[in-house]
Ligand binder design. Sequence first.
Ligand SMILES: NC(=O)c1ccc[n+]([C@@H]2O[C@H](COP(=O)([O-])OP(=O)(O)OC[C@H]3O[C@@H](n4cnc5c(N)ncnc54)[C@H](OP(=O)(O)O)[C@@H]3O)[C@@H](O)[C@H]2O)c1
Length: 383
Amino acid sequence: MTTKPFTLRWGIIGTGGISTRFSKDLLVDPSTRGVYDVAHKIAAVGSRSVASAQKFLDTIAASDIAPFNWGPAHGVLDGAKAHGSYEEVYNDPNVDAVYVGTPHVYHHANAKAALLAGKNVLCEKPFTLDVAELDELIAIAKEKNLFLMEAVWTRFHPIAFAVQDVLKSGKLGKPVRMSADFSMNFEPDTRPDSNRMIDPKLAGGSLLDQGPYPALWAMLAFHHHPDNKDADPKVVASYQRIYERSGVDAASHWIVEWKGLGQAHCVTDMAASGYNDASVVITCRQGDLVLNFPPWKPTKLSIVPHGIYEPGTIQERSVQEFTVHPGDGMHYEADEVARCISKGLKESPRVPLAESRITQGWLDAVRRAGGSVLKDTVGTAGK
Ligand SMILES: NC(=O)c1ccc[n+]([C@@H]2O[C@H](COP(=O)([O-])OP(=O)(O)OC[C@H]3O[C@@H](n4cnc5c(N)ncnc54)[C@H](OP(=O)(O)O)[C@@H]3O)[C@@H](O)[C@H]2O)c1
């Protein structure tokens, strides 16, 4: 006997790049990634203009290329409403969960309004501008008994589980040090002042936009390691290079220490590319785990033993290739939200709020110690 999947009804707010990618992944047949317990519907889209919301819906409905053509043909968009404001999405009775795909500076206000209207929330990274904003969201979600999660989609990719499996097996020994580098040349000089990566009013710069990726690999490698005893790993050193045109950070470097275990060196750069073959390197006592660029969706896990013989450790070099199944790879986080809500969970065991709070704290620490124009910016908590 097959049971009907639990179908989560999404309300999307913001009609930009990431909302488009996320929504298109909701159109992919869940069975193509082996998922049968949950499914998705897009119930509403909200934009600052109704014309833009309608255009967004029309565009994704016209998806005629596999795997995105499955959804329109199988009712995923049936009855979807185009709203000319975000508030209408928060108050739409057909919406169970709101996806926040607006620029960073609005995440707190948008997620807060959605929670106060009684909706579950999946909020894009960086979760908020600062920890105070995040604490307020966590408190409201708790009080209202609602689900809340940061959209750290990469944590759900098969390669992320594979990395943790090797670390937990102990077959390379304990992790001692790692580097995680999200450097990518966005060619900022060619972008207008209003671009969200450049504009301080939109909390531009590399740290807040790119920082969640090195942070997630550091969390998986060290924080989740069975030998970790440090519940509150801190930034012990940091540096920011400033993008003079607008004063935001062009690059950020920081080191986080897990006392008694190891250190992660995290790097973001929006004006220079990094080393494509080794975006993330996790050095263990007996060898390295190496992931290729991009750190948001690496496809290759290389294991490079140091050549020191220890019984039970990996001695052979290997390279394993990974895919994210048909689609872009954002469907896994959507599945997680649906699954958690179907079980009555208020946060994801894979992306717990306490961990988002730790990584948000690192971003605060690096920003406040740096020299960008956002150094002393405080968010909208309490407003
Ligand atoms: N998970 C990932 O891989 C990933 C990738 C890229 C971005 N992101 C995150 O997603 C968020 C949005 O990024 P994006 O690249 O999608 O940005 P984008 O293309 O500029 O879209 C942002 C959308 O937010 C809405 N918005 C509301 N107020 C705005 C304002 N004052 N200025 C500009 N847009 C405004 C707009 O939608 P309406 O006009 O419809 O209101 C706009 O289309 C960011 O926080 C970013 O960090 C995540």
